[in-house]
Design a binder for this molecule. Structure first.
Ligand code: BGC
Length: 588
């Protein structure tokens, strides 16, 4: 059995969510203003060493962002977004932001029913979920699995075999091996989506360095791995990015949610865009007039447009990273890199003889040894308290000689790195708020950095309020949104496909010949791609050993998907879930 499970019983959780709850589960922090001031203005207090103080501050100063720099980051981001959405290929190619069409145009309307699977791959764990939506209630069962190192660096088929193994082990455990449930697949890497159920990997990011993958359709890779096993049947009806899943989950929690963000190992954002602003849109501009755009905002700066905020520490982190020269914005603050940024600063301070007796320790000098969770731990120590900080010092093997003033400096470094992170995140949120131009916006956030950093939520929100003071903005934690959101997308796809089928039945009298109906769909590159991808996928499934040919049910799902995301003109009301959900899209 490949890989190992992570304490299965503890990870298996049952979460009850109400469908369309009236209010969001806001992140709860209520900070007294004086404390907020200390968060916003980290201070280094070393009364006996004014000179040293000055030297330290000079080194760390490059991490501070001036108001002008923040404004420039904002205007740069907006410009790159516009280029990324442009009709003109040259302009699009000049942007560092792919601004990908996700093919998700409808959010949940509360009428979804059934059992759905989700597969969520993004970090060194992956999850399989069963989400049951019945009678207006939603329950989810999930199991986490490890992605061992050899799978991060091996071939893509080895990785996908491992994912298929996880799905099979989950289905076995839940007694679902004989079923063929619709599944949403959250794949948290840059994808060029060809349809809701197919997407080509652009490149690996974060800690993944498989020997192949870019250019391949990840749903096909998954289907092939499942077929190789031959012991399970899963109908992957949707592939999505984790931000899209989080947007879906966020909209479920709060109907003002139109933006989602991942602040975890990696970083990215997604938002509901009006079709009129998606110049590169090739399909019909029909209802609903919105589409979720996966920005891949972690790539901001990959074309050099944000070099003006890059510090020597960021350059060093990039050099050490798996994918040099890419995901520039993500590397400034996401969970995989933020600790390393702090370590680079600490190394410089040590080498200049300003902390840790100028000697440090082999641990400190080991790349990636300063985990981002250490920043969260240190930031949790109150003023003048060094309890967690000392625990971190023990991890770095410097606890025997670290001085109290070193502790102050280390804490100060972590505060400055955190403050820069919060400022950049807030700048991005402010741009998105301005862009969608609503008076009230909720941002759904998922990811370990956001969940565990004790100050990030407050710092981000405070800065957003300063940057866009006239908009009511809320950040909510859409916990496990990336996983549940995949099941929600599968649920919406299934609902809409059923509705489309019924509509066809009504208009044509019968549905004897499904292929005939699919020919009637508006011809578009999307519909064609779906057809060809599906055919390939099907032949693989049927050929696989020990696997029965597709059931009628499976055929029904594949065909219906086209209708789902290319709705028939004669059935405009089918796809009005956005409107039902009460999401006002500004029509320009
Ligand atoms: C990936 C994105 C993903 C983000 C958060 C980035 O490295 O490129 O696709 O959404 O991490 O997981």
């Amino acid at each position: 059995m490949p890989g190992s499970t992570i304490t299965p019983d503890r990870c298996r959780s049952v979460i009850h969510w109400r469908v369309l709850p009236p209010s969001s589960r806001a992140h709860k922090h209520k900070l007294p203003p004086f404390l907020m001031e200390t968060y916003k203005r980290p201070r280094l207090v070393m009364p006996d060493s004014v000179e040293k103080n000055k030297k330290i501050k000079t080194i760390i100063d490059s991490l501070r962002l001036s108001n002008d720099q923040v404004k420039l980051v904002m205007s740069t981001l907006q410009a790159e977004m516009t280029l990324g959405l442009s009709k003109d290929k040259k302009k699009r190619d000049s942007s560092c932001l792919p601004m990908e069409n996700t093919y998700v145009r409808s959010l949940m309307d509360g009428t979804e029913e059934g059992d759905f699977l989700a597969l969520d791959l993004g970090g060194t764990n992956f999850r399989v979920l069963l989400v049951k939506i019945h009678d207006g209630k939603c329950e989810s069962y999930q199991q986490n699995y490890n992605v061992p190192n050899d799978k991060l660096n091996g071939s893509s088929s080895e990785l996908f075999d491992h994912l298929a193994w996880g799905i099979a082990s989950f289905l076995e455990k839940e007694g679902l091996k004989e079923k063929n449930l619709p599944m949403g697949f959250t794949f948290s890497f840059p994808l060029i989506q060809k349809s809701l159920s197919s997407g080509l990997l652009s490149m690996w990011t974060k800690g993944f360095k498989c020997t192949d993958g870019p250019g391949l359709d990840v749903v096909r890779l998954l289907n092939e791995a499942i077929a190789r096993r031959g012991d399970i049947q899963v109908d992957t009806v949707a592939v999505l990015n984790d931000t899209t899943g989080t947007l879906m989950a966020g909209a479920y929690l709060d109907h003002h949610c139109q933006v989602a963000m991942i602040l975890g190992t990696g970083h990215n954002a997604c938002y509901m865009e009006h079709l009129e602003k998606v110049e590169k849109w090739e399909g019909e501009k029909d209802e609903p007039m919105g589409v979720a755009i996966n920005m891949e905002s972690g790539a901001l700066g990959d074309n050099g447009c944000t070099d003006f905020i890059k510090t020597e520490f960021d350059i060093a982190v990039d050099k050490l990273s798996h994918h040099v020269g890419t995901n520039t914005f993500e590397k400034l603050f996401s969970g995989m890199y933020m600790g390393e940024v702090a370590r680079q600063v600490l190394i410089k301070l040590t080498q200049e003889g300003l902390i840790l007796d100028g000697r440090g320790s082999p641990e400190l000098f080991t790349p990636w040894s300063f985990l981002t969770k250490y920043i969260s731990m240190i930031e949790s120590d109150g003023s003048g308290v060094f309890e967690n900080t000392m625990d971190v010092m023990a991890e770095l093997d410097v606890e025997d000689f670290v001085k109290e003033e070193d502790l102050s400096v280390i804490k100060y470094v972590c505060s400055c790195v955190s403050l820069r992170a919060a400022t950049l995140i807030a700048a991005e949120i402010a741009v998105l708020i301005q862009h969608i131009d609503q008076s009230e916006v909720t941002i759904a956030v998922d990811g370990s950095l956001y969940k565990y950093h004790p100050k990030l939520h407050d710092l981000v929100l405070d800065k957003v309020h300063t940057l866009v003071p006239n908009v009511k903005c809320k950040l909510i934690l859409a916990e496990d949104g990336s996983g549940k959101g995949a099941a929600f997308v599968a649920a919406v796809a299934t609902r809409l496909s059923r509705a489309a089928k019924e509509a066809r039945r009504d208009s044509d009298g019968d549905v004897k010949d499904e292929n005939k109906h699919s020919e009637k769909l508006p011809s578009s590159p999307t519909a064609e791609t779906v057809n060809s991808e599906k055919q390939d996928g099907e032949s693989n499934k049927v050929d696989s050993p020990g696997k029965s040919p597709k059931s009628d049910n499976e055929t029904e799902n594949s065909l219906d998907l086209e209708a789902t995301f290319q709705p028939l003109k004669s059935q405009p009301s089918l796809d009005m879930a956005l409107a039902l959900q009460g999401i006002p899209l500004k029509v320009s």
